[in-house]
Design a protein around this ligand. Structure first.
Ligand code: CTP
Ligand code: MG
Length: 222
């Protein structure tokens, strides 16, 4: 059993509104990911995590859909999603704020976990040089060959991700992604192929890029 948890319970503080419900190219942002997930036969069920005040939101999918209320932090929203999944072998976590994740990203993650990895996260090698800077002073230059930009979908063995979340809760550890919680457990996580175009809509200017990409993709598909 493979379940996907689609996160849509954020407040969009940096963006200025709940971006997941915004419409681009005539479609709500959340519906881009719902459609991609719907087209993946390997995924049996979708858990959509929503803000309490939006729990009645209409969700269209041919898959079985469970709606749950999120928490104040992304990590809590994932945990609420995990609790709503009774039984699963594999769970795929995805941010609804990334409308351009592809079917291939989901499938490669699922394949990697089926082949024995505890987790597989979508990533691409950084094209920019990254440096550690503290108080405006450059401390260290990271080896770009080993630096990856991390995205979602992130695919995990269900039982291990639950254990990783329980451990984080017990120790009050808050991570920006689920993979971090797995890593500190010593679980083995690999990467699957991501893309710059799978960017996360975070700030208001990102919507311009999203509209542009969306129009180009529509033209390509149709
Ligand atoms: N998310 C969630 N529950 C939260 C926080 C975030 O489900 N408590 C979801 C968001 O809806 C988004 C994804 O996690 O799809 C990535 O989070 P982010 O881009 O940080 O979105 P927001 O938290 O909404 O934005 P901000 O941090 O600017 O408030
Ligand atoms: Mg956030």
């Amino acid at each position: 059993m493979i379940v996907s948890i689609l996160l849509a319970a954020g407040k969009g503080e940096r963006f200025g509104s709940k971006k997941q419900f915004l419409t681009i190219c005539g479609k709500r942002l959340i519906d881009f990911s719902l459609k991609t997930i719907e087209d993946i036969p390997e995924i049996d069920k979708v858990v959509v995590v929503l803000p309490e005040e939006n729990i009645d939101l209409e969700i269209k999918s041919k898959k079985e859909v469970i709606k749950v209320v999120g928490g104040d932090e992304r990590q809590e929203s994932v945990f609420n999603g995990l609790k709503a999944v009774n039984k699963a072998d594999i769970v795929v976590i995805h941010d609804s704020a990334r409308p351009f994740a592809t079917k291939e990203m989901f499938l490669e993650g699922i394949k990697n976990v089926r082949e024995g990895w505890d987790g597989s996260i979508t990533a691409y090698k950084s094209v920019d040089t990254l440096k550690k800077v503290i108080d405006n002073q450059v401390i260290q230059t990271l080896n770009r060959e080993q630096i990856y930009v991390i995205q979602t979908p992130q695919t995990f063995k269900y039982e291990k991700l639950v254990k990783a979340h329980l451990n984080a809760k017990e120790k009050s550890i808050l991570g920006t992604d689920d993979s971090y919680l797995m890593e500190i457990m010593g679980y083995r996580v690999c990467v699957n192929k991501g893309s710059f175009l799978n960017f996360k809509i975070t700030n208001p200017e990102d919507i311009l890029l999203a509209e542009y990409v969306c129009e180009k993709l529509l033209k390509k598909d149709g």
